[in-house]
Design a protein around this ligand. Structure first.
Ligand code: TDO
Length: 184
């Protein structure tokens, strides 16, 4: 597993070794041992899988009280995956990183607890799978507004249709960072 740093040191890209042959390919998508060697957490309690159509933007989500670390990968398609640092005490509070995840390189993004997470689908459809370090707790769930200028995420909107991103009703009314409850 190759580790590729991002602009926020706690968020890392992980590139698996892909063994291709005439049958197809093989890769290790998660290894407890590799994570231990990298000093990354190894306790995951939930695996999630979603499918979305082109232009869908899910996020920016986080859970207060029960923050989830997430190991995100794309099974099919291509997404622009983002993480926003929501830890007030962090030197990178309010900063974001964004990475392309796809079914070619099959890179994974490790997003520690304390971050908001979201993604924009750039392919006709995209299936996203992610491991979470805490259970889903709907009462704790929060949504930040995807285009809050105070965060300033550079979504690759030039790659999607003129209509802009497709949001859930919940995400369309996400909060601005200045009005949101975040982590200490
Ligand atoms: C996230 C989640 C949703 N659900 C249910 C609730 C709801 O009826 C349905 C769809 O939920 P949502 O609209 O919140 O799904 P979605 O917008 O895909 O939410 C996800 O977005 C990405 C960006 C994340 O980082 C995830 O942690 C999660 O928040 O699935 C669960 O049962 N368990 C879960 O863990």
């Amino acid at each position: 597993m190759k580790v590729i740093p991002t602009a926020i040191s706690d968020v890392v890209l992980l590139e698996p070794k892909i063994f291709g042959d005439e049958r197809g390919f093989f890769l290790e998508s998660y290894s407890d041992r590799a994570f231990q060697e990298l000093g990354l957490p190894t306790r995951f309690v939930q695996d999630n899988h979603s499918k979305s159509v082109r232009n869908v933007l899910r996020g920016i989500h986080y859970q207060l009280g029960t923050p989830q670390g997430k190991l995100v990968r794309v099974l099919q398609g291509e997404i622009f995956d983002i993480a926003v640092d929501l830890r007030k005490s962090s030197p990178t509070f309010g900063k974001w990183v964004g990475e392309i995840l796809d079914d070619k390189q099959r890179r994974m993004l490790w997003i520690p607890p304390g971050f908001g997470h979201g993604f924009l689908v750039l392919s006709d459809t995209a299936e996203v799978a992610y491991k979470a370090s805490e259970f889903y707790a709907p009462a704790n769930e929060r949504s930040l507004l995807w285009n809050d200028p105070a965060i300033g995420i550079e979504w690759p909107l030039h790659l999607i249709g003129a209509g802009g991103p497709v949001l859930s009703a919940k995400d369309a009314v996400g909060l601005l960072l200045k009005d949101a409850e975040v982590y200490a």
